[in-house]
Design a protein around this ligand. Structure first.
Ligand code: GTP
Length: 609
């Protein structure tokens, strides 16, 4: 396939506007998968994706389509040509916008899909700008026109006023009924330019993604920018310089299909002798060993916005958790992992995530795919503390911040984000209240049309990390859409809040909060813990403290109950059963000093912000 007959495109949209369904229909239409293959959302391969109905990892599929291009010198307008189309599915959730930019690097154009009833939403705006800034051709598609509340004309007007997209260029479809679908691929072929690489230059490939397959080893997804790759070639990566032999090369159709060759402009897979995905760095340039090439621009490295400690639920399971995390990070290179130790929880890991949903998905995959049971600590964002001697400390784990530092803290900084919120105008009041409680600063407020308002805020990242999106959804009856991009650090009044059980600080429960919120958060944490911790044989005091100052306190009174009390000397097997049961219960406890803390206590703390 010469590059003129190749088109690389992606589908971008707000969450739930129908990308994956549309992708399925296009795969069916081109005969790539059978109609009614029984598995909706073909490209969503992970179990968590199917369960939650979201796309997490971008997938690629190659399709073939016969089309005649009028006046085109390839076919002279006489007969139709077979085109090779690479469709890259992208995630829609804010946490995964990093995956979106990665997918776009392999494309020359996008289908911008908008729901005919919901219209332009926050991620439509974010995704549009990602594509626009990458100079990609944008083909607007209004989907779900079969819905009774569909209003394609209003959505066309929004696309015109917000993005200057011509209403006559907009395609109307229903991925559900099939209406309008036939117009999509011809538009992709006619409007989106072919890839522009040079067939005669030395090979340069962009490494889009990599994962580990039990049978084949490391599989790399690549986009060939210049030159060609053949089976048996020797290749190297710019990052490591190491050389590998290509054992297998081909396309995703949508399953791996060996072709023995990949040409300029194509997207496909490569299997070489790489032993771990760590050797396959996403965004790296691959070239023929011993040829000199200029590296491709690559990607900005993933930015970790949220950190949390992960500990085995049962202390002895550290090795099992270690293995599970290692295997999972082979397929999710966007998580950062470092070992850490907590006096309360023992050996564990400090993990950096792209966002809260990413963290959730990571936990869920650990449990579902690798059978690991974990306790996670309160998510935190990376803060910076500056001391009077001029030194600076980046804090990814509140426990590592000294509660009574030797040097005076002279300044603290916290990361912020630019948040975009789109809502029907009747919800403006409650949303402004919520955002100002969360320390947001309004930057923009405008009308998209007569009913919808677009608002832009600068907000501390910490304030959106815990439950912001859920609250926003609930106060707007689900109508709000929300997206954010990271912005600069801002100076802020921060304090470390320690939790003490019987006078001993529990490192895994320490948090960093804004001074104004410290009292409220301290009180809530202490109350939550009082409810979650069972009475024990002695009195337990629960305190929240800033430095040496106690700001909140609760007491759990002592219990004198003996589990065996009811079976005086009686039945041995019943006694054993009771003791076994007690042991079971203990397993799920963490002991701090002399206090047993149930796992649920850690979960409860996650909900306080
Ligand atoms: P993410 O992968 O999470 O970003 O979502 P998505 O944009 O891929 O959305 P998806 O394809 O999963 O569709 C969301 C929901 O809309 C599903 O329940 C689909 O069945 C439904 N849907 C998709 N297209 C249409 C359509 O044309 N009409 C109607 N009525 N429903 C549709």
């Amino acid at each position: 396939y010469p590059p003129e007959l190749v088109r690389n495109f992606s589908i971008i949209a707000h969450v739930d506007h129908g990308k994956s369904t549309l992708a399925d229909r296009l795969l069916e239409l081109t005969g790539t998968i059978k109609k009614g293959h029984g598995q909706p959302q073909y490209l969503d391969k992970l179990q968590v994706e199917r369960e939650r109905g979201i796309t997490v990892k971008a997938q690629t599929a190659t399709m073939f389509y016969k089309h005649s291009v009028n006046g085109d010198n390839i076919s002279d307008g006489k007969e139709s040509c077979k085109f090779l189309l690479n469709l890259v599915d992208t995630p829609g959730h804010v946490d995964f916008s990093y995956e979106v930019s990665r997918s776009l690097a392999a494309c020359q154009g996008v289908l911008l899909v908008v729901d005919a009833a919901q219209g332009v939403q926050a991620q439509t705006v974010a995704n549009f700008y990602l594509a626009f800034e990458s100079n990609l051709t944008i083909v607007p598609v209004i989907n779900k026109i079969d819905q009774p509340t569909a209003n394609p004309d209003l959505v066309k007007a929004q696309l015109k006023s917000m993005f200057d997209l011509d209403p006559s260029d907009v395609l109307l479809t229903s991925a559900k009924t099939g209406q309008g679908l036939e117009s999509i691929i011809p538009a992709v072929i006619e409007r989106i330019p072919p890839p522009s690489g040079s067939c005669n230059s030395p090979l340069r490939m962009l490494l889009l993604d990599s994962y580990y397959d039990e049978y084949k080893g490391v599989i790399c997804h690549v986009a060939v920018v210049d030159g060609a790759l053949r089976k048996g070639d020797k290749i190297s990566t710019v990052a490591t310089g190491q050389s590998y032999e290509v054992f297998d090369v081909g396309i995703m159709h949508p399953e791996l299909k060996p072709t023995g060759i990949l040409l300029t402009g194509q997207v496909g897979y490569v299997v070489s002798g790489m032993r771990s995905t760590k050797e396959a760095r996403i965004g790296d340039t691959i070239y023929h060993t011993k040829t000199a090439v200029e590296p491709l621009p690559g990607f900005k490295p993933a930015k970790h916005m949220v950190f949390s400690g992960l500990y085995p639920a049962d202390g002895s399971d550290f090795e099992a958790l270690n293995n599970a995390i290692e295997r999972l990070t082979c397929n999710d290179a966007s998580v950062s992992i470092a070992k850490e130790t907590s006096t309360a929880l023992g050996l564990g890991f400090r993990c950096g995530f792209l966002g809260l949903l990413h963290m959730d998905v990571f936990h869920q995959r650990l449990e579902q795919e690798y059978g690991a049971h974990v306790i996670s600590t309160v998510p935190t964002v990376p803060y910076i503390f500056e001391y009077s001697d001029g030194s600076k400390l980046e804090v990814q784990n509140p426990a590592t911040l000294p509660s009574n530092p030797k040097q005076k803290v002279i300044a603290c900084w916290e990361p912020t984000v630019l948040a975009t919120i789109i809502i029907p105008s009747e919800y403006v009041g409650p949303v402004i209240t919520l955002v100002s409680e969360r320390r947001g600063q309004q930057l923009e407020h405008s009308f998209i049309d007569s009913q919808r308002v677009f608002m832009k805020y600068r907000m501390p990242l910490k304030e959106i990390v815990i439950d912001f999106y859920n609250e926003l959804k609930s106060i707007t009856s689900g109508y709000a859409s929300f997206d954010y991009e990271d912005a600069d650090y801002q100076q802020s009044d921060l304090v470390k809040l320690d939790i003490l059980l019987n006078g001993q600080p529990v490192d895994a429960m320490a948090t960093i909060v804004h001074k104004v919120k410290a009292y409220r958060v301290g009180r809530e944490l202490v109350e939550k813990l009082k409810k979650a911790i069972d009475r024990q044989m002695f009195e337990i005091s629960i305190q929240a403290a800033i430095g040496s100052k106690i700001i909140s306190r609760e007491t759990i009174s002592a219990l004198r109950k003996n589990v065996l009390a009811k079976c005086y000397g009686g039945d041995v097997s019943r006694k054993r059963k009771l003791l076994e049961k007690q042991k079971e219960g203990k397993k799920r406890m963490k002991r701090v000093g002399s206090v047993d803390i149930p796992q649920e206590a850690f979960h409860e703390l996650l909900k306080v912000s």
